[in-house]
Design a protein around this ligand. Structure first.
Ligand code: UDP
Ligand code: MG
Length: 336
């Protein structure tokens, strides 16, 4: 049987046809990886078209790349390999989260997948993800890495620490090893799109919207070409962003620290009074006083910093700037 949707005009009554699977890929300086990705994607599409009654749409978001990514995307859009290509190019680099949001907004399928361009999210998993999604009573299938093979140990250590902390601090379920590689059904996509916040942390967003998730484990794959865009510092900033976006526990730490300091001060005061009554010498101990002042000063700065983090996020949300600015987009195309 032929795919049911051949073009937009045919889908007017049904804006998100069930027989269409969209794949959203954020691309930042991926000119070297995209050709590998496109070839593998075309192979997977060929395989899935034979087995399922599906059409495919590839949504590529150029996140202000400074290399030839956009040219590669435009070339790809000209090829006819059993899927249509729809693309957006940002006016500058707005970050992966903004690129994902833009891509999800543009996707027209009932089934929507998000994945990276560097083959660390292997397209060959898509058929299995689709089958699981159709067979099981779930709303999305999410991939998670079993191992962190090939990753620097220090990066793995801090990642694990982050997930452990998040697990304790937030009700949102973000398992260790979870990636932004998912295949979702339309209701979940719409729920994700309804969260228009600027401070986006997609692993948290996917967890926050809920829905039933089927996890699919796979071995870590290394980047096919190019370099990772995340330095240690940018990952650290991203983790802090995630915590601030999905937990208010750090704010409670500030209050608890205040209470603990108060209790310590009272106990210390009692100790000094008793000691003075028993042994005299009321003015001894300025080094301990200096330590205490530094300690309290440090705690106060920490608490101010925590509050500052939240205040900064409120400031950014209140300004209500767009999540991204588009420089160029592809024409609407008929679906293949
Ligand atoms: N990416 C993006 N904008 C950015 C950084 C990354 O769109 O500012 C894309 C990138 O092109 C890739 C995906 O996000 O498709 C994951 O990036 P990367 O492979 O650098 O991250 P890692 O896998 O090392 O965590
Ligand atoms: Mg990668």
């Amino acid at each position: 049987m032929e795919p049911q949707c051949e073009g937009r005009a045919h889908n007017e009554g049904n804006p998100f046809p069930e027989a269409l699977l969209s794949v959203v890929v954020p691309c930042y300086n991926e000119a070297d990886s995209l050709p590998f990705f496109a070839d593998e994607f075309a192979r997977v599409v060929g395989e899935m078209r034979k087995r399922h009654n599906l059409s495919f749409e590839l949504v590529l978001v150029d996140d202000g790349s400074s290399d030839a990514t956009l040219d590669v995307i435009k070339e790809l859009a000209k090829r006819d390999e059993g899927f249509s290509v729809s693309w957006i190019s940002f006016s500058r680099n707005f970050g992966k989260e903004a690129a994902l949001y833009a891509g999800l907004k543009r996707a027209r399928g009932f089934y929507v997948a998000t994945m990276d361009a560097d083959m660390q999210d292997p397209p060959s998993l898509l058929p299995l993800m689709y089958e699981l999604l159709v067979e099981k009573d779930c709303d999305n299938v999410a991939a998670r890495r079993d191992s962190r093979k090939g990753e620097p140990p220090i990066r793995s250590f801090f990642s694990r620490l982050f997930y452990r902390l998040m697990h304790k601090m937030s009700k949102v379920d973000i398992p260790d090893g979870a990636r932004d590689f998912r295949l979702m059904k339309r209701p979940m996509v719409n729920a994700v799109l309804s969260m228009g916040e600027r401070n986006r942390f997609s692993k948290g967003v996917f967890g926050w919207v809920g829905f039933k998730t089927e996890w699919l484990s796979y071995d870590n794959a290394e980047r096919v070409a190019g370099k990772t865009k995340w330095s240690f510092l940018s990952l650290l900033a991203y983790s802090i962003e995630g915590m601030v976006a999905f937990s208010t526990v750090p704010l409670s730490i500030a209050s608890v620290a205040g209470v603990v300091m108060f209790v310590l001060a009272v106990l210390w005061g009692v100790y000094i009074v008793v000691k003075t009554l028993l042994f005299g010498d009321p003015v001894a101990g300025w080094p301990s006083l200096a330590c205490a002042i530094l300690f309290v000063g440090g705690i106060q700065l920490l608490c101010l910093g925590i509050m500052g983090q939240y205040l900064a996020k409120v400031y950014l949300e209140v300004k209500d700037r767009p999540l991204y600015v588009v420089r160029e987009v592809s024409d609407e195309q008929g679906l293949r």
